[in-house]
Design a protein around this ligand. Structure first.
Ligand code: ATP
Ligand code: MG
Length: 739
């Protein structure tokens, strides 16, 4: 197969990077310069060079990015090898290694993953039990940031000087013990334990021939160590990144990793990419105007390849309600006046914090515009979905105290909340798990101090039976090929879940039940396509004992725990959806039209943010997601009714001609520029007539149809707008020749 077509679409620096024979290659460049594109093409090139896909590790920052990259590589090489790459987030790659080789460092099979809510619940209990004077959220972040720096609680224990430190140490130590008892690893553990595994058993990665990393600026020290360990055998490393887009400092990402790389791999070849292929000239210029305020950064050259296009819009609205309504009306106007050129998928609303989404969601909902939330409230966090997932987690791993405590009385088994807490406490006091305590008591091997009523006692017996039978079902299935869907059906029917929903949520039980059906569909899809996150894709290594692969249920659960994106809701066939995302989760992505609302001091920079440069970079990342049109807005008053001031990162630009205070005129010339920037065909006049026929907006906002005459994609036709909602199509009169 020829590879020329791949190389032909690259500029000369990208070409040099893709086909470089350097052992260590660093591509440092600005947003939209094709870093990810280059990394993708380089992976394809390595495959083309004859490297086996299972010997190549590609680490991306989000699950979505991993999926997109896999698709793109597939398109470039077209032989299906991409599905065999070890490609995913650092967390998912680490999980795969731990699932296969975790037994070598005493990790129990089918370990569960503690998500942030689990971690918090555990910490809250510890704080309560020991009557500690710490805030649970703060304790969790502190533990996580210590672990993200590579500290391990046992090794790192400093002599406790103050009460503060002592209390924190108690909390941390007990937290680790609780995780261990429940056979859970938290997100930080996935990385830390993988480092431990590869340090002690480097042969696990003896096959690896190349390691490629996207978004390197946001790696932390543990991820840097992982990269080194992955590449320990053959130092083939390619990293791409942009220090100007480093936005995870608050999670211990280390911009120092660039320096570390150059120090530890002095032969590193560095390549710069200087052309921006994403954004219009006007958007890029404005974004550069923001980042260049940071005088301590190392300047990089970044030139637009597109036309200047439409100026970014800066609008102030009366309050956050009005802002949300305006934003939605702009989406409708853009959709209505551009025909088939755009659909809902082309819009993103990027927020500094997920909490800002409520008003925007409700305005979109009112307007009947479908949307998806990224990095916010997830499908899997819905109460009913979480309950069934907790059942599955308990079936997979009954020692998971928290999951068990959450469902033991759901549906009601006549066990009060205080009793559940007391049982949990009793279990932890006697260094056992809630499950063992219940099971032992039920089997008459031990008596529980916490007393239950007769009915509760009997109900617990039924519950234990449910879990044991489900576990038996897993174990007795030949090759463990039982289906998660069947398991969900089993749990739902045995616990009479539908009745429970009907009783408890009389108003919306139907939609909740539909969510359970959606979960079932997802389990079905997951099994059908056999997970990409599968450790079975790792090659077998001679002389290294593998753990039998983890069961399909734990793979399904891990896949959910590591998903950063909201799964599809049960809203029927896929319709184009506007994306609402936090800026953090939007990294590396791009959309034709981007909105950045709430651009005021206190929101960005956030009032609680410590690093103002990082906040500026965050705004820069958000702005550089836009291809054709960027809207920035702010309400004059915040939700507390206080007057706002424009973000200081934007105020120097607000008086400049870079920004448009009115809003774009959407007419034929704008549509043509968009089509050009997006590389899409021009919409037909008819499609504009149809899409705008439902548009309820004033004559004023349709002024842009230039006197009532639309444009035609072939010069021979025209459309006339009657000032109401009607267009008439016709032949365009022949242009008069200018003399
Ligand atoms: P970010 O820093 O935001 O992650 P990036 O540097 O990774 O950006 P990409 O996402 O790889 O940039 O590329 C941005 C856009 O430019 C993509 O749509 C990509 O397909 C396109 N692109 C990249 N290189 C070229 C090229 N040589 N010719 C045409 N389009 C290109
Ligand atoms: Mg990228």
């Amino acid at each position: 197969m020829s590879f020329d077509h791949v190389l032909a679409n690259l500029n000369s620096s990208q070409h040099a990077a893709v086909s470089s024979f350097a052992d260590t290659l660093a591509i440092l460049a600005g947003p939209g310069s094709g870093k990810t594109h280059t990394l993708t093409s380089r992976t394809a090139w390595l495959l083309h060079q004859g490297l086996q896909p299972w010997n190549i590790i590609v680490a991306t920052f989000t699950v979505k990015a991993a999926r997109e990259m896999k698709e793109r590589i597939g398109k470039l090489i077209g032989n299906g090898l991409e599905s065999k790459l070890v490609l995913g987030t650092f967390h998912s790659i680490s999980r795969r290694y731990l699932a296969r080789y975790g037994h070598l460092i005493d990790i129990k099979k089918d370990f569960g993953i503690a998500d942030s809510a689990d971690s918090l619940a555990i910490i809250k209990r510890i704080i309560k039990r020991h009557n500690l004077n710490i805030d649970p959220g703060a304790a969790r972040s502190r533990i996580s940031s210590r672990k993200a720096k590579g500290d391990h609680y046992v090794e790192a224990k400093p002599p406790a000087k103050s009460v503060d430190i002592q209390e924190f140490e108690t909390c941390w130590t007990e937290y680790e013990e609780a995780l261990k008892r429940s056979n859970l690893l938290d997100y930080d553990d996935l990385l830390l334990r993988c480092v431990q595994l590869l340090r002690t058993h480097p042969s696990c990665v003896s096959n690896v021939e190349a390691v490629l990393i996207d978004e390197f600026q946001d790696t932390n020290i543990v991820q840097f160590d992982l990269m080194r360990l992955f590449a320990a055998q053959r130092k083939r490393i390619t990293i791409v990144g942009d220090p100007d887009q480093s936005i995870y400092g608050f999670r211990s990402a280390e911009t120092k990793n660039f320096k570390r790389l150059l120090r530890q791999y002095p032969e590193t070849v560095t390549i710069a990419l200087e052309e921006n292929y994403r954004s219009s000239g006007a958007i890029l210029l404005t974004a550069l105007g923001v980042i260049e305020q940071d005088t301590s950064r190392i300047a990089k050259s970044l030139m637009p390849t597109h036309t200047v296009g439409t100026k970014p819009v800066l609008r102030k609205l009366g309050n956050a309600h009005k802002e949300a309504e305006w934003l939605v009306s702009e989406i409708q106007r853009c959709l209505g006046l551009t025909g088939t050129l755009l659909d809902g998928n082309d819009f993103a609303i990027l927020l500094r914090s997920a909490a800002l989404s409520r008003l925007i969601e409700s305005a979109l909902g009112k307007a009947g515009i479908a949307y998806r939330m990224v990095g916010g409230h997830r499908f899997y966090d819905r109460v009913e979905v979480k309950i069934i997932l907790d059942y599955l987690r308990v079936i997979n791993q009954p020692d998971n105290n928290d999951a068990l405590a959450r469902i033991i009385n759901v549906p009601s088994r006549r066990i009060g909340e205080t009793t559940v807490k007391a049982m949990l406490e009793e279990a932890e006091q006697s260094s056992t798990t809630l499950w063992s305590l219940l099971l032992d008591t039920a089997q008459g091997n031990r008596t529980m101090k916490t007393k239950l009523g007769k009915e509760a006692d009997r109900n617990i017996g039924i519950f234990i039976d449910l879990v044991l039978k489900a576990r038996k079902k897993i174990a007795s299935c030949p090759d463990q090929k039982y289906s998660t869907v069947e398991l969900i059906d089993y749990v739902v029917s045995k616990s009479r879940f539908e009745d429970f929903l009907e009783k408890k949520y009389s108003e919306d039980h139907e939609s909740r039940w539909a969510n359970i059906q959606e979960l079932r569909n997802q389990a079905h899809d997951f099994e059908a396509q056999l997970s990409e996150e599968d450790e079975e894709a790792l090659p077998e290594i001679d002389g290294l004992e593998q753990d039998g692969s983890s069961n399909p249920l734990s793979k399904f659960l891990a896949n959910i725990a590591l998903a950063s994106e909201v799964k599809k809701d049960n809203d029927g066939p896929e319709v184009p959806q506007v994306t609402i995302s936090t800026i953090h989760a939007a990294k590396g992505l791009e959309w034709p039209i981007v909105f950045i609302p709430a651009a005021y001091q206190g929101s960005i920079p956030h009032s609680r943010a410590e690093d103002s440069d990082e906040e500026r970079r965050l705004l820069y990342v958000a702005m550089t997601r836009a291809k054709a049109l960027l809207y920035i807005s702010l309400p004059l008053k915040n939700s507390q009714g206080e007057e706002t001031t424009l973000s200081p990162f934007l105020s120097p630009l607000s008086l400049s001609p870079l920004l448009d205070k009115q809003g774009p005129k959407i007419g034929s010339s704008l549509v043509q520029t968009f089509a050009q920037i997006l590389g899409r065909p021009l919409p037909s006049v008819e499609s504009i007539a149809i899409s705008s026929s439902n548009l309820k907006c004033s004559e004023d906002s349709l002024f842009s149809l230039e006197g009532g005459e639309g444009f035609a994609n072939d010069e021979s036709r025209w459309a006339k707008w009657d000032g109401q909602h009607n267009f008439t199509m016709g032949q365009r009169a022949p242009k008069r020749q200018r003399t």
